[in-house]
Design a protein around this ligand. Structure first.
Ligand SMILES: *Cc1c(COP(=O)(O)O)cnc(C)c1O
Length: 228
C-alpha cells in the first residue's frame, strides 16, 4: 500500500473512532510520526493532505526539515535535552514532551530570543513505569503552575505514552487517567494554561485514545510502514 492509501485508512479509522465516541472527528488531529523516514515520505504524505509531522530526534529533524519545501508543521514528540533546544527553536510549532521545569525554561529562553512563543504539552508518565519519560501524575499540577509563569511558551495540554500492550484496550485506563488529570488541572484556572489538547494514542491504540478524548494522535507505523 502507498503512503496515501495508508493515510486514507488511518483517517477513516480516526473518523470512525470519534463518531463511535460521540465526538466531532474534526477535533482529532493526526500527527504523522516521520522519525527514521526520509524527507520524500514526508512530501508524499503532504501531497496526500497531511500537514503535521512529529519527529523525535533533533539531529534528524535539522537534516530533514530543509529538504521539505512544502509548508508542513513540525511537532517535536521525543525526549528533549535542554542543550539541544536552541537547534529547534522556531522550527517546531509544538513540543509534546516537556517534562521538567529546566527544559521549559530553556524553551522559553530560546523562543524568546526569536520573539516567538512555543506551544507545549506537559508529558506525564501516567503509568509510573520507570522506563518512561514524563513527570509523575502527582507532580504534574505543580509543574504546570511553575511553567505557566514563564514567558514565550503556552501550555496547551498534556501528553502521555502508556506501557505497550498487545491489546489496545489495555491502554484505555491510562488514557482516561490523562484526561482526568487534564480536567483536574484545567479546573484550577491557572492563568495562561489551557488544557485543550490531549496527545495520546499511537498506531496500535489510537482508536482507544480517541474514545478517551485524544485531540492529537501520534501515528507512525500505520502510515509509513514498519521502521527498519
Ligand atoms: C515513535 C513514536 C510514535 C509513533 O509510534 P507508532 O507505533 O509507529 O505509531 C508516537 N509517539 C512517540 C512519542 C513516538 O516516539
Amino acid at each position: 500500500m502507498s503512503i496515501a492509501e495508508r493515510l486514507a485508512e488511518v483517517r477513516e479509522e480516526i473518523r470512525a473512532a470519534a463518531l463511535a465516541a460521540g465526538r466531532d472527528p474534526e477535533k482529532v488531529r493526526l500527527v504523522a510520526v516521520s522519525k527514521t523516514r526520509p524527507a520524500s515520505d514526508v512530501i508524499d504524505a503532504f501531497r496526500a493532505g497531511q500537514v503535521i509531522f512529529g519527529e523525535n530526534y533533533v539531529q534528524e529533524l535539522r537534516a530533514k526539515a530543509p529538504e521539505v519545501d512544502e509548508p508542513v508543521e513540525w511537532h517535536f514528540i521525543g525526549h528533549l535535552q535542554s542543550n539541544k533546544v536552541r537547534q529547534i527553536a522556531g522550527l517546531v510549532s509544538m513540543i509534546h514532551s516537556v517534562d521538567r521545569l529546566s527544559l521549559a525554561e530553556e524553551v522559553s529562553r530560546q523562543w524568546g530570543r526569536l520573539s516567538l512563543s512555543c506551544d507545549v504539552l506537559v508529558q506525564v508518565n501516567i503509568s509510573g513505569e520507570i522506563t518512561k519519560s514524563g513527570t509523575t501524575a502527582e507532580d504534574a499540577l505543580q509543574l504546570v503552575r511553575d511553567i505557566a509563569k514563564l514567558p514565550n511558551l503556552r501550555i496547551r495540554g498534556l501528553m502521555t505514552m502508556p506501557p505497550f500492550f498487545d491489546d489496545p484496550e489495555a491502554s484505555r485506563p491510562y488514557f482516561a487517567g490523562l484526561r482526568h488529570l487534564a480536567e483536574l488541572i484545567g479546573s484550577k484556572d491557572i492563568p495562561g494554561v489551557e488544557m485543550k489538547e490531549l496527545s495520546m494514542g499511537m498506531s496500535g491504540d489510537f482508536a482507544a485514545a480517541i474514545g478517551e478524548g485524544a485531540t492529537l494522535v501520534r501515528v507512525g507505523t500505520a502510515i509509513f510502514g514498519e521502521r527498519g
